[in-house]
Design a protein around this ligand. Structure first.
Ligand SMILES: Nc1ncnc2c1ncn2[C@@H]1O[C@H](COP(=O)(O)OP(=O)(O)OP(=O)(O)O)[C@@H](O)[C@H]1O
Ligand SMILES: [Mg+2]
Length: 302
């Protein structure tokens, strides 16, 4: 799969403090890539380096296969839309006026403007002053501004920060559709596990500037296998047959830890061989937070 953003050894130091530490990031084209980490872990700093807003202390950045340097930067960044920290709209102007100004500055095509407004569903609010927008509407305007040049890549720094659950859901749906329906790649940061979990097709987890994990959610969950619940009316018999696997007898069946897919299949064969009826085999859900604790051995993200 094509990597549309790649960093090699990307590092940012302030004085002697390293805030982004030899980061090797790889973002797959067409993915919603969640950059997850607690406050101060280096998410915004990483994104600002990708956008040429901060100069890396060391390391390289490749976007769409091209190295980012002084010669390529303007060209490459024309394909990247971003929303970093707060959306930067003029509050005393309407949404339409803000878009008009940005369109002129960015030399965006008029058809992109219409499309961006439609995508973020702000058609009805274009003539309202931005200061009267809700936070969710401001975020959506920020995303519309990021879409003006019809970019292949969107870099969104905590776009759901401060929103209520309905606002979060709207932004989440928008992000998913930008990738799924429009074929764009979205790199989105968050310190909220629940956010990233629901929209990202792949994940990077950073902590103190270092990459702890990178891959799909499935791969993440496989780094520490969640328990498997075997539903059966013969729980104690099942527990004794599976004794070597250290099962726990629970209401409605047994819980078995640390099984690979092959182990689960072997377990079923074993139980059926002993005429033990199985009504369900379910891998227990493990939240990203639990996985994070497993990866860092520290407290969770929130
Ligand atoms: N200009 C600066 N000078 C010195 N240190 C800085 C500067 N900017 C950021 N830092 C430090 O770099 C670290 C990473 O900051 P960054 O803003 O990238 O984190 P973050 O993951 O985006 O956090 P948050 O979730 O709070 O937005 C923090 O410890 C921060 O204090
Ligand atoms: Mg930040």
């Amino acid at each position: 799969m094509t990597k549309i953003i790649e960093t090699k050894n990307l590092t940012k130091m302030y004085g002697k403090t390293t805030v982004v530490d030899k980061l090797d990031l790889a973002v797959t084209q067409g993915s919603v890539h969640g950059l997850l980490g607690p406050n101060g872990s280096g998410k915004s700093t990483t994104m600002k380096m990708l956008l040429g807003l901060l100069k890396p202390t060391a390391g390289e950045i490749y976007m769409m296969g091209r190295p980012m340097n002084r010669q390529t930067r303007v060209d490459v960044l024309a394909q990247v839309g971003s929303l970093i920290e707060q959306p930067s709209a003029y509050l005393h102007l309407t949404g339409a006026e803000n878009l008009r100004i940005a369109t002129r500055l960015l030399r965006a095509k008029p058809e992109n403007v219409e499309r961006a407004i439609r995508l973020v569903r702000l058609e009805k609010h274009m003539n309202k002053l931005v200061k009267d927008y809700s936070l969710g509407m401001k975020q959506r305007l920020g995303i519309a501004l990021a879409l003006l040049r019809d970019p292949q890549i969107l870099i969104l720094d905590e776009p759901t920060n401060g929103l209520d659950p309905a606002g979060i859901e709207e932004i989440r749906e928008l992000i998913v559709s930008l990738a799924r329906d429009e074929g764009r790649t979205v790199l989105v940061s968050s310190h909220l596990l629940s956010e990233i979990e629901k929209m990202a097709t792949e994940l990077s987890i950073i902590h103190q500037g270092q990459l702890l994990f990178q891959g799909t959610q499935r791969e993440l969950f496989e780094t520490k296998l969640p328990d498997v619940f075997v539903e059966t009316t013969c729980g104690s018999q099942a527990a004794s047959v599976l004794q070597a696997l250290q099962p726990t007898l629970v209401p409605g069946g047994v819980m078995v830890p640390n099984l690979s897919e092959q182990d689960v299949s072997d377990l079923c064969v074993q139980l059926v061989g002993h005429n033990i009826p199985i009504t369900q085999v379910v891998r227990q859900h493990r939240s990203l937070e639990e996985v994070f604790i497993g990866l860092t051995g520290r407290e969770g993200l929130q």
